[in-house]
Design a protein. Structure first.
Length: 378
């Protein structure tokens, strides 16, 4: 294969804008074509980024495409990724890997059988904040991890999304929609999770859509828990309380705090590639580090009024390097499958009240060093 991975994008919705805008930042990758079941959406993105628009099946079968970047809706992730693997293409997909762990396991197996690379978002843990936090953990800044907290809490989707009902059904909810960012970051820092316990509830049986649009003022039924409090037990022995909720108007919990035998580490929102990290040495006052000055940490998104760091494509560029070097990528299908197993286990524990053992484990991704990160730049 050539040193530059030729990429075809399937799915030209809003998330594709970040990937296409960021692609020129990285070496070893080039988006050349795009497709969508909505042909107009594909043509618009193609014109915007000087790409070739194609039909979905034709793009997947195209011999001039090495990898399919799957940016479809979650319900289509499995079908598109499996179709691409069957066509002999490497795959990088938006999260989740599949809507069930069974789907994810089939994809991981198919990629291994065909000797193809399978990668998955989120890749935010490879950003400036995630790399700095990993460096502190590797240096023993907090000693042996003992406990911690992680919270993803908000109002939900109906105040901004014109048709949010699908967020509140089985296969979605706050655990499946936002959990991958938090769980992936923690597995990157402390290794795999072996057991979970949880309680789950919903604040409302029906939700009122207040966002502008044709459904404004209408209600919909909630079909999945909207507040889930779980306890994660890691292979390293650490235990972390992980709360996810769309029933919270305001709170003061930090996204992630980890506490060890020598100190404490506080992380920013793991859906962000940058942000401020704070470290306390054996109870000393917090010392903050602003990672916005580091590589893949500068505020760059959204385009009109940037307020966060968004370097989606970083994980795919690292996967392209892994293909050349003949090793596993860091944002791998195996990692995404482990996170999917954990999320399913959390929901199952919340439903049954019984602690759940995670069926399989995964290797902790190797640390992305600064020289490696820099070498991914074009």
């Amino acid at each position: 294969m050539a040193q530059t991975l030729r990429i075809g994008v399937v799915g030209c919705g809003s998330i594709s804008l970040a990937y296409m805008r960021n692609a020129p930042l990285f070496r070893g990758v080039e988006i050349t074509a795009c497709a969508d079941i909505n042909a107009d959406a594909a043509r618009r993105r193609a014109a915007e980024f000087n790409l070739r628009a194609a039909e979905v099946d034709a793009l997947i079968d195209d011999r001039n495409i090495d990898l399919i970047l799957n940016l479809t809706i979650p319900a289509a992730h499995f079908d598109v990724s499996m179709r691409a693997l069957s066509a002999g293409k490497h795959v990088f997909t938006e999260k989740p890997l599949g809507v069930t762990a069974a789907e994810g396991r089939l994809l991981v197996g198919a990629a291994a059988e065909k000797d193809l690379m399978l990668g998955s978002a989120p890749d935010t843990f490879l950003g400036a904040a995630g790399r700095y936090a990993r460096r502190q953990m590797e240096a023993g800044a907090i000693g042996r991890p003992v406990t911690g907290t992680a919270f993803m809490m908000g109002r939900g989707m109906e105040h901004w999304h014109p048709d949010p009902g699908f967020y509140y059904q089985a296969g979605a909810g706050p655990v499946m929609d936002m959990g991958p960012y938090y769980l992936t970051m923690m597995v990157n820092l402390m290794g795999p999770i072996r057991r979970v316990q949880a309680v789950a509830t919903s604040g409302q049986e029906e939700r009122l859509i207040t966002a502008e649009g044709p459904k404004q003022g209408t209600t919909f039924k909630v079909g999945t828990p909207t507040s889930v409090l779980s306890l994660l037990e890691f292979d390293c022995g650490a235990t972390v309380t992980f709360g996810t909720s769309w029933d919270v108007f305001r709170h003061s919990n930090h996204p992630i705090e980890l506490h060890g035998t020598e100190g404490s580490l506080r992380l920013p929102d793991p859906d962000n590639f940058g942000g401020r990290i704070a470290l306390s040495d054996r109870g000393a006052p917090w010392e903050e580090t602003d990672t916005s000055v580091a590589l893949f940490g500068a505020v760059n998104w959204p385009i009109a009024a940037p307020d966060r760091a968004n370097y989606r494509m970083l994980g795919l560029a690292e996967l392209a390097r892994a293909i050349i070097e003949g090793r596993a990528p860091r944002a791998s299908g195996d990692l995404a499958l482990h996170v999917l197993d954990v999320m399913e286990a959390i929901l199952r524990a919340g439903e049954t009240g019984v602690a759940q053992t995670i069926p399989d484990t995964v290797a902790q991704p190797s640390e992305l060093r600064e020289d490696e990160a820099r070498s991914l730049l074009a």
